[in-house]
Design a protein around this ligand. Structure first.
Ligand code: ATP
Length: 450
């Protein structure tokens, strides 16, 4: 799929700066000047990433009783990658600017540049050559060909090689799925757009095993189900669309494929791929391992190799998607612009900010007590420094959906101010009802456009 023109570079720049400033994402090895396109997730970033992962896991396993989980090792037997086709054909075509030596992915260059064989800077390009994306290393002390292992470029293969283990040890019968979240590695020719495309990333993949005659039905089901899942996650409807792969885009294993694309600040780009992988993977693993991977249908005694429908989403890419979707610079009054991350409350790294109006007169202690009580149900953040308006804005900027302020009235009648992030509306709430009111607001939360 081709990278597209920049839609709003300023938004992206502001978002990246906010991520660093507020502890969502840091450059890797920052004190050494960073490592190209490698990123670390800070205190708020890891909370956001974990919540997105938990949302996906719940949707896939808890809400689908025909899907079970798995956590396979990153390093696998090297034959796995021969069988999967990755050793032979997991390559991108790459060209180089012959003057600046800058490298480009052939399929990412505009048509005109490809026809004229010139780089975006106007210099001649080298002939396209294949570049395998797998990271190779050695297992054990001897660096010889027999000890070669690869860092997995996708989590899917760990599921295929465990499919019989799962079948034999759990109660699943076809149709059923196996879900997995984990790291994957690709030696990408061009990494760019912050955490969008990196060499080390995380995937959330689910492989659904079906009878070959039912592949199209399940493909359709998962395509719709995954789109609905993003909507349940609170992503705005007009930011999501399908893109069907044309014959030239289809991967070597795929009979049909759709991407779910999201409108990032730099254009429409893939968020998740839904693929009909047919029986390609199981057939190849059968051949290469010599193991029978067929499935025996109990009722009919029919024996066959199942087809696989894959849903493959990027977790780290989803973090960027959720941040981009949430990010807004809102004009409150002339000259007063607030930056707000309108996260769905289920995804927000902090759910409730708790502030005493002032530190003195016992208000700080009272606020601490209230905050401690809320901790059992929510992720809280206590802040007693600065003007109250500034404290609200600081929480808006990291997407905290609720703030609670303790003032002199609290001492008199045990009520607090509950402020809601999106509308900035404030209401007086009895302390005894606070947790229930916040829970209700989370359940009823709906952002405009979702
Ligand atoms: P592309 O053609 O853009 O390189 P792809 O189509 O090969 O990507 P898939 O193999 O379908 O990507 O990967 C499934 C998902 O994994 C993608 O939709 C994306 O969310 C995520 N992903 C793939 N490569 C990367 C990467 N380098 N960095 C971050 N996420 C990635």
């Amino acid at each position: 799929m081709s990278e597209q023109t920049v839609v709003n570079p300023q938004t992206m720049e502001n978002l990246v700066s906010l991520c660093k400033r507020r502890g969502f994402v840091f450059a890797s090895s920052d004190i050494y000047g960073g490592l190209a396109s490698a990123w670390d997730y800070g205190p708020l970033g890891v909370e956001l990433k974990n919540r997105i992962q938990r949302f996906w896991w719940r949707e896939m396993t808890q809400l689908h009783d025909d899907i079970v989980g798995l956590d396979a090792a990153i390093m696998m037997h090297p034959r796995v990658w021969e069988a999967s086709g990755h050793v032979e054909s997991f390559a991108d075509l790459m060209v180089e600017d012959t003057v600046t030596n800058e490298r480009f992915r052939w399929d990412h260059l505009p048509e005109q540049n490809r026809e004229q064989m010139v780089s975006p800077a106007g210099n001649p390009l080298s002939q396209p050559k294949e570049f395998n994306l797998m990271f190779k290393t050695h297992l054990g002390p001897v660096q010889e060909s027999s000890s070669v292992v690869y860092l997995r470029p996708e989590t899917a293969q760990g599921i295929y090689v465990n499919y019989k283990n799962v079948l034999q040890t759990s109660r699943v019968r076809i149709p059923f799925g196996i879900a997995q979240v984990g790291k994957a590695f690709r030696n990408e020719i061009v990494t760019k757009n912050f955490i969008f495309r990196t060499c080390e990333f995380e995937q959330m993949e689910m492989q659904f095993f079906v009878h070959p005659s039912e592949d199209e039905k399940w493909f359709e089901y998962w395509k719709e189900e995954r789109m609905q899942s993003y909507r349940r996650m609170g992503v705005r409807v007009d930011r999501l669309r399908f893109h069907r792969h044309g014959p030239d885009e289809l991967a070597h294993y795929a009979k049909d494929a759709f991407d779910i694309q999201f409108l990032f600040p730099f254009g429409w780009q893939e968020l998740e791929g839904i693929h009909n992988r047919t029986d390609f993977d199981l057939r190849r693993h059968s051949e290469y391992s010599g193991k029978d991977l067929t499935y025996l249908e109990d009722a009919t005694r029919e024996r066959y190799l199942p087809y696989i429908i894959e849903t493959s989403a990027g977790l780290t890419r989803s973090v960027l998607m959720v941040l981009s979707d949430a990010y807004e610079e809102e004009t409150i009054a002339e000259g007063d612009v607030r930056t707000v991350l309108r996260f769905h409350p289920e995804l927000a790294p902090i759910t409730v900010g708790v502030f005493p109006l002032v530190k003195k007169d016992g208000l700080a202690e009272l606020a601490r007590d209230i905050e401690r009580d809320l901790r059992a149900d929510f992720t809280t953040f206590y802040d007693q420094s600065g003007a109250i308006g500034r404290r609200y804005r600081r929480q808006d900027e990291v997407g905290t959906p609720f703030c609670v302020t303790i003032d002199y009235q609290t001492r008199e009648n045990n009520t607090v101010t509950l402020r809601e992030r999106d509308s900035m509306a404030q209401q007086r709430v009895p302390v005894a009802e606070l947790a229930a009111r916040i829970k209700q607001a989370i359940t009823e939360y709906k952002r405009t456009g979702t």
